[in-house]
Design a binder for this molecule. Structure first.
Ligand code: ADP
Ligand code: AMP
Length: 213
């Protein structure tokens, strides 16, 4: 099963993608997590990506499309995957389609997690992230067992620089301009499924499972 998660930053794509990956036993591929791991390790890609991410801008398409094309060809992705944060532009979607066509594959579902802009700033300012293992928490809605510490790996949790309110507004603008057109793109491919992301996490997941089967 090959799934794409769509939705504004903070809509809950990562939260749901992790649950989907676990239930259907497929890898969760988050381009944001890949960039953050590269930043942490000080790679050339990380240094380039950081300058865009810190400003709330998208990393240029050429830095992300080949990376994803390689990742989806790895052995663990043979039975499918859930892509989180990619594609984010029409050219990225077209290059993904071209890579899939070469492999004789296609996307089965594009799940759009719908959350209005007014809920997003609260979601993002309360998000706490683990840059070591990629786990995500929320100060109100998904508290870690011990304050400020990752349940999974014990690392200190952080407020991502790009989750600060001024950057969130910028990211929302970028989302509406560059990423939202993907909703029509996948609707035209007859794979779009919309879910109400304002419900609580378990309810959103139940709605997704009823779609995926
Ligand atoms: P995205 O991957 O779309 O940027 P996340 O999955 O990281 O978003 O979710 C953003 C924040 O909102 C996180 O702190 C997460 O714990 C919280 N969150 C996710 N889904 C819900 C929900 N349905 N209700 C309340 N908070 C949520
Ligand atoms: P995320 O963790 O998905 O919220 O992504 C964090 C940041 O990483 C984004 O605001 C972008 O700067 C960058 N990023 C992640 N995925 C992509 C992508 N597919 N294309 C461009 N930039 C991306």
């Amino acid at each position: 099963m090959r799934i794409i998660m769509l939705g504004a930053p903070g809509a809950g794509k990562g939260t749901q993608a992790k649950k989907i990956a676990e239930k259907y036993n497929i890898p969760h591929i988050s381009t944001g997590d890949i960039f953050r791991a590269n930043i942490k390790n000080g790679t050339e890609l990380g240094v380039k990506a950081k300058s865009y991410m810190d400003q709330g801008l998208l990393v240029p398409d050429e830095l992300v499309v080949d990376l994803v094309a390689d990742r989806i060809q790895q052995d663990d992705a043979k039975a499918g995957y859930v892509l989180d944060g990619f594609p984010r532009t029409i050219p990225q979607a077209e290059s993904l389609d071209a890579a899939l066509a070469k492999m004789g594959q296609k996307i089965d579902y594009a799940v759009d997690v719908e959350v209005p802009d007014e809920n997003i700033v609260n979601r993002m300012s309360g998000r706490r992230a683990c840059v070591k293992c990629g786990a995500t928490y929320h100060l109100q809605y998904a508290k870690p067992k011990a304050e400020g510490v990752c349940d999974v790996c014990g690392e200190q949790l952080i407020l991502r620089d790009d989750d600060k309110p001024e950057t969130v507004q910028k990211r929302l603008g970028v989302y509406h301009q560059q990423t939202q057109p993907l909703i029509d793109y996948y609707e035209n491919q007859n794979v779009l499924k919309e879910v109400d992301g304002t419900k609580d996490m378990e309810e959103v997941f139940a709605d997704i499972v009823s779609i995926l089967g």
